[in-house]
Design a protein around this ligand. Structure first.
Ligand SMILES: [Zn+2]
Length: 180
């Protein structure tokens, strides 16, 4: 079937967010795309909310405002301690560390992703610095890092993740504004 234009994608999300179920969404969108299927709407919604959850998670992790290793503030990125392939923890803030792009991907001595020496340096940093400065997060990581799971979130799970991240950030931003 024809590629769905962004305007219609946004419309599908809006309708679904507005409380329509997938069948009802389909009935409306049939005007634009007579051949659209519920499967297609389902996978479109799923992809859309995964992208949105990824964005929100990254913004939430970067709210700390500096690289955990060098404290620099430009070019910040959000690093997943436990691979993002594991949907159980992909949008868990405890699974995130704010790093500059250098320490996320490029530094030859300490980088979360890179050549073996760089990744070994990052592991050392985690063992020494996280244990000391972020003991709860370190503990959480140790308890969960080897957990394998085949959990695959449903669309409504993804919507809940997005709402939760958004609400957390709102509270935090308000706290900062009030000087807390
Ligand atoms: Zn850095």
């Amino acid at each position: 079937m024809a590629k769905i234009v962004r305007r219609v994608k946004a419309k599908i999300v809006r309708l679904y967010r507005g409380g329509l179920n997938i069948e009802q969404v389909k009935a409306v969108v049939l005007e634009d795309y007579p051949k659209i299927t519920t499967d297609c709407i389902h996978s479109l919604l799923r992809k859309w909310f995964i992208v949105r959850a990824d964005e929100l998670w990254a913004v939430a992790v970067k709210q700390v405002g500096h690289c955990a290793i060098c404290r620099k503030t430009p070019d910040l990125e959000a690093h997943h301690l436990i691979s993002r392939d594991n949907y159980l923890f992909r949008w868990d803030e405890r699974n995130g560390v704010c790093l500059c792009s250098h320490h996320h991907r490029f530094a030859p001595d300490i980088a979360a992703h890179g050549p073996a020496e760089a990744e070994a340096g990052f592991d050392d940093w985690m063992r020494e610095q996280m244990r000391e400065h972020k003991p709860e997060q370190w503990q959480w990581y140790l308890e969960n890092k080897d957990r394998k799971d085949t959990y695959k979130p449903a669309i409504d799970d993804l919507v809940a993740v997005c709402d939760k991240l958004q609400a957390t950030m709102k509270v935090r931003t308000r706290g900062i504004r009030n000087g807390r």
